[in-house]
Write a protein that binds this ligand. Structure first.
Ligand SMILES: [Zn+2]
Ligand SMILES: [Zn+2]
Length: 118
């Protein structure tokens, strides 16, 4: 019975010929890496042990890749929005492509262009 926990094996793949226990890099749970799986991995040419337990692997499957950061998201690829504002300079109704912050003046495109030019 082998119960060693291998988190980051160095030096490539070794078929242990017995079930080994790995620690999931996502949830930290221990999961078995069986001889059958080891042989399957070896036959596929994989050189690393699996990093995640089967439930984490299933959870990640079908999910969009998000850079592994976790949290955040949104923004990129979102549909362009426009927010109605009242120009702080001339009082005209206008729209801006960002959510206006209360502590900052917003301008209509006319005033905005005038300010950039001057
Ligand atoms: Zn896990
Ligand atoms: Zn204006």
């Amino acid at each position: 019975m082998v119960c060693s926990v291998i988190t980051n094996p160095a030096g490539g793949y070794i078929v242990a010929l017995s079930d080994i226990t790995l620690a999931c890099s996502d949830c930290g749970a221990e999961f078995p890496f069986t001889v059958g799986e080891q042989e399957f991995y070896a036959s596929r040419g994989f050189t690393n042990y699996p990093k995640r337990c089967s439930s984490c692997r299933n959870a990640r499957r079908g999910q969009p890749r998000d850079g592994g950061g976790g949290g955040g998201g949104g923004g990129y690829g979102a549909p362009r929005e426009s927010f109605p504002v009242v120009c702080s300079n001339c009082g005209a109704d206008a729209t801006v492509p960002f959510r206006p912050r209360g502590d900052r003046p917003v301008y209509c495109s006319d005033c905005f262009n005038q300010m950039r030019r001057s």
